[in-house]
Write a protein that binds this ligand. Sequence first.
Ligand SMILES: [Zn+2]
Ligand SMILES: [Zn+2]
Length: 241
Amino acid sequence: MLGVLPSGLNLLYPPVCQLCHARRAEAPAGFVCGQCWRQVRFIRPPFCHRCGLPFAGEFTTNFVCTNCHDLELHFSSARSAVVAKGVVREAIHRFKYSGAVWFENFLVGLLLREAAPALLASEPWDGLVPVPLHPVKLREREFNQAARLAAPLARATKIPLQENILRREHSTGTQTALTRTERAANMKHAFAVRPGTRLAGQRLVLVDDVFTTGATTNACAAALRAAGAKEVAVWTVARGL
Ligand SMILES: [Zn+2]
Ligand SMILES: [Zn+2]
């Protein structure tokens, strides 16, 4: 097993679940045990066909939800693998803000399981574009979680990773205290396509860890569309409800 993982995570960490700390779990599973894994809620229909918001109940036709029907969306659809609650929320939070890199395999596994077959069924896609971090934040955090998630998805689907076409123009700070309208205004000019990038006619997939209001991914999609992209879809590991 150690030969499979060049990072040698199993040498560094005991094989214990890093969520419940009670059961055995190893590096390939992202140090998440089977029991914690079974608490993950995968997103299944029915969900809004634009923003991906899941609903309880029976819907047999495509529908647009009250969350997004009055929003100007620049992406064609947003989909997420799982609900951002419980074990998933904790793993993402610690992965992003506390350097808990051992959760990467867990989060990548969730994304690949749902996004890879869906993307392969709706080919052709010209590129996977991770939502960029501002350079200052990137230096603080030392990695862009969206890029860490997009890279294995690119390998699994053979869709090229286009890591450097978007850049974050200014740091927006933490958005958690803002309303949806404030977030959207804050984000409007946060992203730009690098000069000289040609996207005419391309179909691109934005990748991020969590989709909450959609303000971030919508601003990225707007920048890509303005640079000529024909379609932008969104995939994230988790969906905030
Ligand atoms: Zn556990
Ligand atoms: Zn919606």
